[in-house]
Design a protein around this ligand. Structure first.
Ligand SMILES: [Zn+2]
Ligand SMILES: [Zn+2]
Length: 187
C-alpha cells in the first residue's frame, strides 16, 4: 500500500490563529477519512471508522500548546493467535507551537512546531497523522491470557489442547533427539 507514511491529501484540518479579541482559545472537531488498511510496526491494521479529532489551541499567545485528542475503531490480528481483534483506540497528544522566521519543516524537536509569523491559520494535518500513528498499539492481544498457536502443529490453543504439548516435546529438543538419539535415554 502506498502513502501509508503520510497523511491523506484530502484532510482539511485547519485552525485559526487568534491573537486579538476576547477568545482565550480556539477548538475544532473533525471527522477525517482513514485508509481502509495500514501496515505499521509489522501489524496489518484494518481501520473501521473515520478518525475523530478534537483539537484545541490552549491560550491566545503567539506561542501555545495545541492539544489533539483522537479516537477511532480498528482491528488487527492478535500477536499470539492471529485472530482478528477489534480495537477502540483513543489518544491525547500535545504540540508546542511557536512562530518562526525559519521555513516550515525545520522543526528542532518532534513536538515543537514552528509556523510562519504572518500565518492566520495553521494546518494540523501532519500533527494529527503523526498522533494517529503514535496511538497505534505495537502489540495486539485478543485477550490478556491468549494461549496463542501451538508451535508444532499451528493449532489455536484457545480452542483446546491439540495434543502436542501433552507429549512434552519442545521442537528444539526434538531436533537434538533426532541428531543424538541416545541423549534422552542417558539422562
Ligand atoms: Zn489471541
Ligand atoms: Zn499442536
Amino acid at each position: 500500500m502506498s502513502g501509508s507514511k503520510a497523511c491523506p491529501e484530502d484532510w482539511k484540518a485547519r485552525i485559526p490563529l487568534i491573537f486579538e479579541g476576547a477568545e482565550e482559545s480556539s477548538a475544532a472537531d473533525w471527522s477525517l477519512s482513514l485508509p481502509a488498511e495500514l501496515d505499521y510496526s509489522g501489524l496489518n491494521y484494518s481501520l473501521k471508522s473515520p478518525l475523530r479529532v478534537h483539537a484545541e489551541k490552549l491560550g491566545n499567545g503567539r506561542t501555545f500548546f495545541l492539544e489533539i485528542r483522537l479516537s477511532f475503531s480498528a482491528a488487527a490480528p492478535c500477536s499470539r493467535c492471529l485472530r482478528e481483534t477489534p480495537l477502540e483506540i483513543a489518544g491525547s497528544f500535545r504540540y508546542f507551537y511557536t512562530p518562526s522566521a525559519v521555513e516550515e519543516g525545520q522543526n528542532v524537536d518532534e513536538t515543537v512546531v514552528s509556523y510562519p509569523q504572518d500565518s492566520v491559520e495553521i494546518d494540523l494535518s501532519e500533527q494529527i497523522w503523526e498522533s494517529f500513528i503514535l496511538s497505534l498499539p505495537d502489540k495486539v492481544l485478543c485477550r490478556e491470557d491468549c494461549a496463542g498457536l501451538c508451535p508444532l502443529c499451528g493449532a489455536d490453543l484457545n480452542a483446546g489442547d491439540c495434543g502436542c504439548s501433552s507429549q512434552g516435546s519442545d521442537p528444539r529438543l526434538q531436533v537434538l533427539k533426532d541428531i543424538l538419539p541416545d541423549v534422552s535415554e542417558e539422562c
